[in-house]
Design a protein around this ligand. Structure first.
Ligand code: GUN
Length: 303
């Protein structure tokens, strides 16, 4: 019987820990973590994500602000917000929701964020730190995946992890975290992408298969080894042509893969809630000034 990896429950536990830590931080040091969120345009999923992030801040006792610019906003307007927040002492974390409208250069925007407030971990400084194994902010979805694997799988040392997808947000950072010579990682990692000629030939070798393709239900039983652990990062909205009802599905054909695996994340309720929980942890760390050297394990969700 496959184990269902309950990201929703783990995320709730982490938020409860954070609520306590936040209260202590206020009582002992008079610091209340603050997160600034910027949304440009009306991408419906982004609107939902930004609101969920602000709600999560409220739940753990953080200060948060949301700024919402129209889709026609200029790059300079975006940069102006970042400049302001970079020097605002009440703001410890800055998050610009992606994707941005096409006329805005995402690279310029992400580079403008002070790396010490880059709670998404997308600034080249933090990405570089991650690759070098130095402490810094780790992107939230990869950090959430590592936390789930730590709890549900235990040691990954010597295991073969296959990552499908090479995005800057998930594929690249999660692969780079997993091969690091750290107690939580030390896995042998293969990265697959759209250039793979026979994807299943790679994925069938995985002890742990991490799927971040952004293609609804692309991975089936033929891609998975018996007893593998499957982490499905996909969140795809499918509309039923008959009823018009929306349905969330992952990148994995869950029902088909379930009988073969030893553990799997459901969609929703798997990786998704962990992303927000790790964003909160990153913001808490930004507020306590833990950013930089001296942090033992940058992606651990422990105080
Ligand atoms: N869009 C999809 N995932 C993310 C994320 O983790 N952070 C931001 N800022 N935008 C996203």
């Amino acid at each position: 019987m496959a184990v269902l990896i309950d990201g929703k429950a783990v995320a709730a536990e982490l938020r409860a820990q954070l609520r306590q830590a936040t209260q202590q931080l206020w009582e002992q040091r008079g610091i209340r973590p603050g997160l600034a969120l910027l949304l440009v345009g009306d991408h419906p999923a982004s609107l939902v994500y930004v609101r969920s992030k602000a709600r999560a801040c409220q739940e753990v006792g953080f200060h948060s602000v949301i700024e919402h610019l129209p889709a026609e906003a200029t790059q300079q307007q975006v940069l102006d917000y970042i400049t302001r927040w970079n020097t605002d002492p009440a703001i410890h974390g800055i998050l610009v929701q992606l994707p941005l409208p096409r006329h805005i250069d995402e690279r310029v925007v992400l580079c403008a964020i002070d790396p010490r407030k880059d709670v998404d971990g997308f600034h080249p400084e933090n990405m570089g730190r991650l690759v070098l194994g130095l402490p810094g902010f780790v992107p939230c979805t990869p950090a959430g995946i590592l936390e789930l694997l730590r709890r549900y799988v235990g040691s990954l040392s010597g295991k073969h992890v296959v990552v499908v997808g090479r995005s800057n947000i998930v594929g690249k950072p999660v692969a780079n975290l997993l091969y690091q010579k750290t107690p939580d990682a030390n896995a042998v990692v293969t990265i697959c992408h759209t250039g793979a000629r026979d994807l299943a030939a790679f994925t069938r070798q995985a002890d742990v298969l991490i799927v971040a393709m952004g293609v609804p239900e692309a991975i089936g039983a033929e891609h998975v080894k018996e007893g593998a652990v499957v982490i499905d990062v996909g969140i795809n909205r499918l509309v039923d042509p008959q009823t018009g009802a929306e349905r969330l599905v992952g990148d994995v054909r869950f029902a088909e893969v379930l009988p073969k695996v030893s553990a799997i994340t459901p969609v929703p309720g798997g990786v998704g809630p962990m992303t927000i929980a790790m964003l909160l942890w990153n913001t808490y760390r930004a507020a306590t000034g833990e950013y930089g050297y001296g942090q033992e394990s940058p992606h651990r969700a422990t105080v």
